[in-house]
Design a protein around this ligand. Structure first.
Ligand SMILES: [Zn+2]
Length: 112
């Protein structure tokens, strides 16, 4: 069930809308003034985050649930963040390291 965030172009208020079925999308109206002139906002859970924004919002000290690691794009971020924090620039080696991270092997190295 998707939740979309909107800003109303008329009264400028923001609200989120839960959709039970896709046909509801076309019926979107501002909750406040009933205008249909809405701008859809990207929610903070959008799937189209750039890697930079993922890195920026990534805190390696916060435990992540299974759902986080089921998104393979998140795997390897931890290692990259660590490298950035300690100022190591591995250049082309980084791809290899991230690849190892995605297979879970990197944890063997860094947990020691
Ligand atoms: Zn409105």
């Amino acid at each position: 069930m998707p939740i979309y965030e909107y800003r109303c172009n008329r009264c400028n208020k923001e609200f989120s809308q839960l959709y039970l079925k896709s046909t509801d999308l076309e019926l979107s109206r501002c909750k406040f003034c009933k205008s249909q002139e809405l701008t859809r906002l990207l929610s903070s859970f959008a799937l189209h985050q750039t890697e930079e924004s993922r890195l920026a919002g990534f805190d390696p000290s916060t435990p992540r649930g299974d759902a986080f690691y089921k998104d393979s794009r998140n795997v390897g971020l931890w290692a990259k963040k660590r490298m950035k924090d300690v100022g190591v620039d591995l250049g082309s080696k980084m791809d290899e390291i991230v690849e190892r991270g995605r297979t879970g092997k990197i944890l063997d190295d860094y947990d020691k």
